[in-house]
Design a protein around this ligand. Structure first.
Ligand code: 5CA
Ligand code: ZN
Length: 414
């Protein structure tokens, strides 16, 4: 898929620092291993309807900041992102609104692309829609069947069977264990599976948490021919195949919002391990969910603040970034409309401060060092913002260096 034009990334003097990150799978702060100065990142992309809300933007901004930190540390990056352009909620929305599902997806991908570009996000190097990889995914499910890790479940409304992943079989045959990624107990897993696209109650499964790998064609639903029987892929296997095809196994970081920890990232890891005999990623990083009007901002509830609306209303993209970066990526927080006003004031104060001539300006090289240290500490952007508030209030001895640092590390234009 076409992406968008990359923002300018000024290079900064002196060495940046590779960040340590909180790994959900180990519940610890870690330095993900980086070999040959190359880091690989997969971030779960949008399901293209109701794009792009501020929760999406918060997640993609977090990984944009991670890429900036790596690049500043002299690390080469390879970044892949998928688009879930065929999925139940997307199809339901298309049916409700009487729009062809492909048209809905195309429009929303276009909107996402323009929102990401306007927000100054680094584009993925590989931007892959699920519908571009149906054969590869079908082939992967075939290999899971051949390995005895997939099994059929009979359907009464399709010509062939649905195929499911065998959780217990995978635990016996591979190094993956249920709970490797998600630090949750089984009861919580069952609840989350039911809430997030799984079907723990479906009859005929070997284990309630076994996820769908291949959904046999139903009347009125899109499907593709396959040796598995006509159908379409399950959600987790899509990301397992796209991630490992684009980045190779055992890439550096798998990212997304905390709503993806279970079942999505757990089972993406399970499938990838079963397909490659190697764990999916070294670290699993998750962004706390953004709320609005008292609830998680979500398409299903409809409590959305759309990036395109904010920008159409005159919001400065740098202010939108600052509004999001004022909270640590792992915190769960609520967006209030006043947050944009606060962020816009901060941006104005910084723009005024950078030009201020004072008797005792802050030392820009020291400010850059502080920014890098906070960034390396699990992407601590609120501390970076506080450092810049103080420095720009005081005035700085090298305005160009600070403008470059703010552009390169935070994507904010002064
Ligand atoms: N297509 C799947 C991933 S393969 C998906 O979850 N799509 S999505 O459109 O629902 O979400 C896109 C990304 O935004 C995901 O990483 C998701 O975890 C994140 N996200 C969704 N809602 C929020 C929110 N309220 N706050 C923060 N991140 C969110
Ligand atoms: Zn995904």
């Amino acid at each position: 898929m076409r992406t968008w034009t990359a923002p300018a990334l000024p290079s900064l003097p002196g060495p940046g620092i590779a960040p340590r990150l909180y790994n959900t799978a180990s519940s610890r702060l870690e330095h993900p291993p980086i070999e040959d100065e190359r880091a690989t990142l997969y971030v779960c992309g949008i399901t293209p309807y109701d794009a792009t809300h501020l929760g999406h933007a918060a997640t993609y901004l977090t990984f944009d900041i991670l890429l900036r930190a790596w690049r500043d540390a002299g690390i080469e990056t390879l970044y892949a992102q998928n688009i879930t352009d065929v999925d139940d909620p997307l199809l339901e929305r298309a049916t409700q609104t009487g729009v062809d599902w492909r048209e809905l997806a195309d429009d929303q991908i276009g909107l996402y692309r323009s929102d990401m570009h306007r927000l100054g996000m680094l584009p993925p190097d590989r931007f892959v829609a699920v519908t571009e990889r149906i054969d590869e995914i079908s082939d992967a499910v075939h290999r899971l069947l051949a390995r005895g890790l997939a099994y059929p479940v009979a359907t009464d409304d399709a010509a062939s069977d649905d195929l499911y992943f065998d959780t217990r079989g995978a635990e016996r045959a591979t190094q993956w264990r249920l709970g490797d990624v998600a630090p949750y107990d089984r009861d919580l897993m069952a609840i989350l599976s039911a809430e997030r696209g799984g079907d723990p109650e479906r009859e005929g499964k070997r284990h309630p948490l076994d996820p769908l790998l291949w959904r046999a064609a139903r009347a009125g639903e899109p499907s593709w021919p396959s040796p598995l029987g006509a159908g379409r892929p399950g959600w987790h296997v899509e990301c397992a195949v796209i991630a490992t095809d684009e980045l190779g196994p055992a890439f550096t970081v798998q990212g997304g919002g905390t709503d993806l920890i279970f079942p999505h990232h757990e089972y993406t890891a399970a499938h990838a391990t079963a397909l490659t005999d190697t764990p999916l990623a070294h670290a699993y990083c998750h962004v706390g969910l953004l709320s609005y009007e008292g609830h998680k901002m979500s398409k299903s509830r409809g409590n959305l603040v759309l990036v395109s609306k904010l920008l159409a209303g005159g919001a400065d993209p740098s202010a939108v970034r600052l509004g999001l970066l004022a909270h640590h990526y792992r915190s769960e927080w609520e967006w209030f409309d006043a947050d944009l006003t606060t962020a816009t004031r901060r941006l104005e104060a910084w723009r005024a401060g950078i030009a201020r001539e004072t008797g005792e300006p802050a030392n820009a090289v020291a400010v850059l060092q502080q920014l890098r240290q906070s960034l390396a500490n699990d992407l601590d952007t609120p501390v970076m913002l506080a450092t810049l508030d103080a420095a720009l209030d005081q005035g700085v001895d090298d305005p160009q260096l600070i403008a470059d640092a703010v552009a390169a590390l935070l994507g904010v234009t002064l």
